[in-house]
Design a protein around this ligand. Structure first.
Ligand code: PHE
Length: 456
């Protein structure tokens, strides 16, 4: 008997599925990546572009992944094979690869977050926040906390869908939301924070006009990354779903939460930074850590806020990490009939190893391998993965997709066709343009930063 004939797990409740998807979506992408992209790509000009992409690309793309998952009840590889035939399973293979890459550096950053969480209890980061970051970002500490973060992720995924992931997210996601809202309200009371709101919320169209070549791919990549699209997470999560859910409604809820949390992060981070006299963070993966730790050291009750902020941050990162690992684990379990805990342990170990260079290699303290992995995965691979699934579904299997979406909704009417045509032309076109620009950007990164670094 192949493993596909055995009984597959499913979510216990509707809330379980939605919370798991929100937990996946809300993570480092919202709290670490989003503010640093905003800082790097021209503040609110980026914000505007990003919101536009969330609606134009994120929503239709999420619906595509959900229909594929629920239709097939398979892991990402099996799902694409079932819909597209054997050749398409390699696209699923690409997803597995992306999962490996993203989780490997995600976990290193998750480790930093754990470390900062601990640091807020001891006041560890208050003296010199930049020196502190450089000390822990690479080297032994980074490796140790990368291992701890990975072990937590493995522990939850090994327990399975209902007992592991669903239970975890039911605790995790509400606490993240409550703490975020609390911090955002607190931020309003900060003297000197107003400038932060201005920087964040008043779009500068000149920047958009002159910098669109980097803003467009960054915003498209960020839209995919933050919604966990383009690598099969939403396919996998929807594969544990029963037929009667309204997928459009669920997508709306999930995207609403994710976007809300991203916007809220900006409403916390920027006033904090300006109130502490730091200003918009310098671009770069470490910026948010250095700047926030600096801010927490400056303002009243900073360390208490630090405990709340980094605690919430760690939980958010963990609930995304479990979804990344689940994509790979469900593949091993479905396709090879592997025992879940064993598969989870082995895969988790492999991903840990891939993260070792990220944790150890530094360019004068700067964890440079993160950029190497992150730009490749988020701006290039996720977008390629996304384009391929969109083509498969919208061009070759539109009827099947419409049929699947209509379950739990009823007649779709013209909206169903609008969805398919939105994906067929504008979504795919924007993604292709972003991909081209991202290749150029990555080439520049490699030739201007990475190759000179490697060759000393
Ligand atoms: N969406 C997650 C975040 O914002 C990251 C992620 C990307 C998770 C891709 C799964 C897949 O942090």
């Amino acid at each position: 008997m192949s493993s596909l004939d055995t009984i597959r797990e499913s979510w216990a409740t509707r809330a379980g599925f939605i919370l798991a998807a929100v937990g996946s979506a809300v993570g480092l992408g919202n709290i670490w990546r989003f503010p640093f992209q905003v800082g790097q790509e021209g503040g609110s000009a980026f914000l505007l572009m990003y919101l536009f992409f969330i609606l134009l690309i994120g929503l239709p793309a999420m619906l595509v992944e959900f229909t594929v998952g629920r239709r097939t009840n398979r892991n990402a590889v099996g799902a694409l094979r079932k819909i597209g035939g054997r050749a398409w399973q390699y696209v699923g293979g690409l997803f597995i690869l992306i999962g490996f890459i993203i989780l490997s550096y995600y976990s290193v950053i998750g480790g930093w977050v754990l470390r900062y969480f601990g640091g807020s209890f001891t006041g560890g980061y208050t003296a010199d926040s930049e020196a502190y970051f450089f000390e822990i970002a690479t080297g032994f500490d980074a490796l140790l906390f990368h291992a701890i973060f990975m072990a937590l992720t493995v522990g939850i995924v090994a327990l399975g869908i209902k007992q592991g992931i669903e239970l975890a997210v039911k605790l995790m996601v509400p606490s993240v939301i409550v703490i975020m809202v609390g911090l955002a309200i607190y931020a309003v009371t900060l003297p000197g924070g107003t400038e932060g709101y201005t920087y964040y919320l008043s779009p500068d169209f000149d920047v958009l006009a002159s910098e669109w070549r980097s803003i467009v791919p960054a915003a498209a990549g960020q839209a995919f990354f933050t919604l966990s699209l383009g690598m099969g997470v939403m396919i996998t999560y929807a594969s544990y779903l029963s037929k009667d859910r309204n997928l459009a409604e669920d997508s709306g809820v999930i995207i609403g939460f994710d976007t809300g949390i991203a916007i809220l992060t900006g409403l916390i981070v920027f006033p904090l930074l300006f109130a502490a006299g730091i200003g918009a963070a310098d671009p770069g993966p470490g910026a948010i850590f250095v700047a926030l730790a600096g801010a927490f050291a400056e303002i009243q009750y900073g360390l208490v806020l630090g405990v709340l902020f980094f605690g919430m941050f760690a939980v958010a990162a963990l609930s995304s990490a479990i979804s990344l690992l689940e994509v790979v684990v469900s593949y091993a379990v479905d396709e090879y009939g592997m025992n879940r805990p064993v598969a989870t342990g082995i895969i988790g170990g492999g991903i840990f190893l891939l993260g070792v260079p990220v944790a150890l290699i530094s360019d004068g303290g700067n964890p440079i391998v993160i950029d190497l992995y992150d730009i490749l995965a988020a701006e290039i691979l996720l977008v390629i993965g996304g384009i391929l699934v969109m083509v498969l579904v919208a061009w070759f299997n539109a009827d099947l997709a419409r049929d699947e979406l209509s379950k739990g909704i009823g007649r779709l009417g013209a909206l169903g066709s609008l969805w398919i045509w939105l994906v067929r032309v504008p979504v795919i076109a924007v993604l292709l343009i972003s991909l081209g620009l991202a290749f150029l950007g990555y080439y520049e990164f490699l030739s201007d930063e990475f190759i000179p670094f490697v060759s000393g």
